[in-house]
Write a protein that binds this ligand. Sequence first.
Ligand SMILES: [Zn+2]
Length: 350
Amino acid sequence: MKKYYKRIFKRNDDQNLLLFSFKEHKEKNTKELGISGSASPHMRWHPFRQEWVTYSAGREKRTSFPSKKYCPFCPSGKLNYTTEIPFKDFEVAVLPNRWPSFLTHNNKITKLDGLDIKPSGGRCEVVVYSPNHDDTLADMPIEQIKLLVHTWIDRYKELSIRDDIEYVMPFENRGKLCGVTLHHPHGQIYSYPFIPPVIQKELKAFKEKNYLLSFMDSLEKKYFVYQDEHMIAAVPPFARYAYEIWIIPKVRVAGPWEFDDDQLLSFSICLQKIIKCYDRLLKKKCPYIMGMHAAPTLTNKSFHFHVEFYPPLRSGDKPKILAGSESMAGVFIMDVLPEETAIILREQIK
Ligand SMILES: [Zn+2]
């Protein structure tokens, strides 16, 4: 495995900025951003949906930068304003979200208007994929994507063993349709103080049976969009979005931390092929929500790691709105079949 470096830069607010690189990062820092106020998000229990809702007041004040001119994720060493990254250059950076929905803190709260409430413990991080503002996963060198996978693995290993964290989920929202205001290529990592409802259901399913392996044969023959020896990207036969794709390792791993060199390379290539495929389909940067579903613990023996992509589209670039049935009853209504969209998507793979 190619050696990579991790530099821990202690910021003026005592938080860590992490710099991951193949070439050791030794540069002296330039001026840092001012220290911002601390957030104390809390959660309220929704007794009907039986799930937590987290409240992080002040999020509406978060940065919406008008143009490339004020991007907070560009390296500020060459700019005439300060950004999150006070250096001339970097490869991949991880920083704490300044407006976190989850943050371990000591504010004591218990009951409010008869509801169960508690502090939203945990952590929210931002992962900046590249120093270049106009870069995209679709066109980056594969080495850069491999470094990003190493970064995710590092965060899984460090965060999922913390006592205040029950589940770690790297994800990415891409495009205006998905609410993104900053266009510099980046994703996020939410570390939740509980196991989220969707993951609880997946854990239960994988304990019953490894459904991904039992579907593998039909995924390989009928539903695949792209595959090689180690990875498959397929439209799941039960897709809820027209162009939904899952990337699935062909043998079970609990998370990317169990990848060997070949799997890591294959996963990086597959990730890029799928994003390129989406962009070709729409002939522009395709909006999507991408999330990694790994096991909650590093040593889990039944969970099968996979990545889910949900482009919020009906067909072509018409947006799919989660309307009456989806929002109110939790029942998705589809007008295209996964076996048909798999063929359409497969044609875009090169
Ligand atoms: Zn930028």
